[in-house]
Design a protein around this ligand. Structure first.
Ligand code: ZN
Ligand code: FE
Length: 258
C-alpha cells in the first residue's frame, strides 16, 4: 500500500492510502482540490473516511461525491455533518482495499471523534484526525481530560510500528512545547531535529510511529515521573493522577508561546 499526505489549507493533511492500481482510501478531505489533482495523476478514490465533523476535515466531501457519485463515505454519527454517510462507532470493522479497518471512538477534541486503525499484511496505519498529533494532542473543544486521556491511551496501545497519520502539520510547534516539558528527553531531541530537517526539505514531518510517540509525546507520557514533575513545577501543584497531569499539560500548552 502507498501512503500519501496531501497538503491542504494552512496546515491540514488529507491522507490517501492506495494500492498498486491507484485505488485509494481518502481520509478527511477538508477540500476537494488536492484530491482532484491527485486523481489527474492516477489516484482513484474508492472510499472516504471522516474522523470528525470539523470543516477542515469534511468540507471537500460534497465536491468529491459530485465527481465520483456513489463513493462510500464512512464517518461518525453526528448531526453536524451535513451529508449522508455510513455511520460508524466504536468497535465497528470493515474491509477496504484488502485492509481491515477497525474503528475506535476517541472523544476529547470533539465528542463524536473516531479514529481508524487499518492493517494489512503486518502493516498498520492510524488515521487519528485531531486526537493525537506528532508530539501533541488536539485541543479539548468538547470532551474532558478524562475522555482525552482514555482516548490517547487506547491509541497508544496499538502496535509499535503503526504509522501515526494525524490531521495537521503541527510537529515543530508541538516540539517546542514538548521540549519545555522534557528538556532532557534524548529521543524527543532527535525527533525534533528529524522533523526540522524534513520540513526544511519541504516534506511532511509525519507519519511518525506509535513507538516514537510513546517515547517523545508528553501527552502519552503523563504516567512518567518526568512529565509529572514538569507539570508540578509549572502549576505549583502535584498532580494526583495521570488525568490531572494531562489536564494541566493541556492548559499549559494552550497558553504556551515558544
Ligand atoms: Zn478538529
Ligand atoms: Fe483540524
Amino acid at each position: 500500500m502507498h501512503l500519501q499526505a496531501l497538503p491542504s489549507r494552512q496546515d491540514n493533511y488529507i491522507w490517501t492510502l492506495s494500492d498498486d492500481a491507484g485505488n485509494a482510501i481518502i481520509v478527511d478531505p477538508g477540500e476537494s482540490a488536492p484530491v482532484l489533482d491527485a486523481a489527474r495523476s492516477g489516484l482513484k478514490p474508492v472510499a472516504i473516511l471522516l474522523t470528525h465533523h470539523h470543516h477542515d476535515h469534511i468540507d471537500g466531501t460534497a465536491a468529491l461525491l459530485a465527481q465520483w457519485p456513489g463513493l462510500p463515505v464512512h464517518g461518525p454519527e453526528d448531526a453536524r455533518i451535513p451529508f449522508a454517510l455510513d455511520p460508524l462507532g466504536d468497535g465497528d470493522r470493515l474491509e477496504l482495499l484488502g485492509t481491515s479497518v477497525h474503528v475506535l471512538s476517541v472523544p476529547g477534541h470533539t465528542l463524536s471523534h473516531i479514529a481508524f486503525h487499518l492493517t494489512r499484511d503486518g502493516d498498520g496505519w492510524l488515521f487519528c484526525g485531531d486526537t493525537l498529533f506528532s508530539l501533541g494532542c488536539g485541543r479539548l473543544f468538547e470532551g474532558t481530560p478524562d475522555q482525552m486521556h482514555a482516548s490517547l491511551m487506547r491509541l497508544a496501545a496499538l502496535p509499535d510500528d503503526t504509522a501515526v497519520c494525524c490531521g495537521h502539520e503541527y510537529t515543530l510547534s508541538n516540539a517546542a512545547f514538548a521540549r519545555a516539558v522534557e528538556p532532557d528527553n534524548a529521543a524527543l531531541r532527535d525527533r525534533t531535529e528529524e522533523a526540522k530537517a524534513m520540513r526544511q526539505s519541504g516534506q511532511p514531518s509525519v507519519p511518525s510511529t506509535l513507538a516514537e510517540e510513546r517515547r517523545c509525546n508528553p501527552f502519552l507520557r503523563c504516567g512518567t515521573a518526568g512529565v509529572k514533575a514538569a507539570v508540578e513545577a509549572w502549576s505549583g501543584t502535584a498532580p494526583r493522577s495521570d488525568i490531572e497531569t494531562l489536564a494541566a499539560l493541556r492548559r499549559w500548552k494552550d497558553g504556551f508561546v515558544a
